[in-house]
Design a binder for this molecule. Structure first.
Ligand code: COA
Length: 258
């Protein structure tokens, strides 16, 4: 089904593995196209309640956009490439099912940007994050200048963007870029464990959490207004009735997503 991705579904979690390990999983046009299709799969397949994005092999999550595709681009081509990448990463960010990055090595350039478009990140001990585009006379083009500032603050972000320096997993955790650091062997298990907890909650409430958190960064939306509406919408769901009844009856809620 995909040329550059491996996928599997287990316990309602789709694991997407970007599979170009000999090129450190660099994002070429084909990977973007496959990623775009996988987002449709996440949206349309009711068996999938959440997803993990990771990289094949032990060395890299994604070492960036595929630099070999750069030399033939002019200014207009580059802008179109940036727009397409941004649009696909926005779909990840706006997906109504949780998508988390399990960063298993280098997350550089487009790889760091991909991880930042996910709802949150966990990392293996050997993970390294950076935006080394300045080394190529470039800046990030897939939302990295925006999301890095949002996630770690302007001063830290500008130092990384302007120096091209990498940070390791522990520094990334200290900066708030990743939520957890674990051994490489345990990374996927930990991601699945976190998602098993989230998957046990009411899906419409989980989707509303994503929408409301994203509103913080959208100047066109008043996040507080949106919160009021989403809070009200929850009261019209069967799952909210079930959640409140289950609490009062001292039993575990069984959510159905409606
Ligand atoms: N685009 C295309 N190919 C890439 C790539 C990228 N972003 N990153 C790595 N590769 C390829 C290398 O060219 C090499 O291919 P080859 O075996 O055919 O020569 C292969 O992946 C292995 O990478 P290599 O550089 O040999 O590994 P390393 O351990 O010496 O170094 C990195 C690892 C991540 C430090 C180094 O690959 C690197 O700096 N990559 C580019 C990072 C970058 O600038 N990303 C932002 C792009 S905008």
């Amino acid at each position: 089904m995909y040329k550059t991705l491996l996928t599997s579904i287990e316990n309602n979690v789709l694991t997407i593995t970007i599979n170009r390990p000999d090129k450190l999983n660099a994002l070429n046009t084909e990977v973007f196209s496959d990623l775009n299709n996988s987002l449709e799969e996440i949206e349309n397949n009711t068996e999938i309640r959440s997803a993990i994005i990771t990289g094949a092999g032990t060395k890299a999550f994604v070492a960036g956009a595929d630099i070999t595709e750069f030399s033939r681009l002019n200014k207009e081509d580059a802008m179109a490439m940036s727009k397409r990448g941004q649009d696909i990463f926005l779909k990840i960010e706006r997906c109504n099912k949780p998508i988390i990055a399990a960063v298993n090595g280098f997350a550089l350039g487009g790889g760091c940007e991909l991880s930042m478009a996910c709802h949150f990140r966990i990392a293996s001990e050997n993970a390294k994050f950076g935006q080394p585009e300045v080394n190529l006379g470039l800046i990030p083009g897939y939302g990295g200048t925006q999301r890095l500032v949002q996630l770690i603050g302007k001063g830290r972000a500008l130092e990384l963007l302007m120096s091209g320096n990498m940070i390791d997993a522990h520094e990334a955790k200290q900066f708030g870029l990743v939520n957890h650091v674990t051994s490489a062997d345990n990374l996927l298990e930990q991601a699945k464990l976190i998602l098993s907890v989230i998957n046990s909650k009411a899906p419409l409430a989980v989707a509303a959490c994503i929408k409301a958190a994203n509103a913080v960064y959208d100047e066109k939306i008043d996040g507080f207004d949106l919160e009021i509406k989403e809070f009200g919408n929850c009261f019209a769901t069967e799952d909210m009735k079930e959640g409140v009844s289950a609490f009062l009856e001292k039993r575990k809620a069984i959510f159905k997503g409606n």
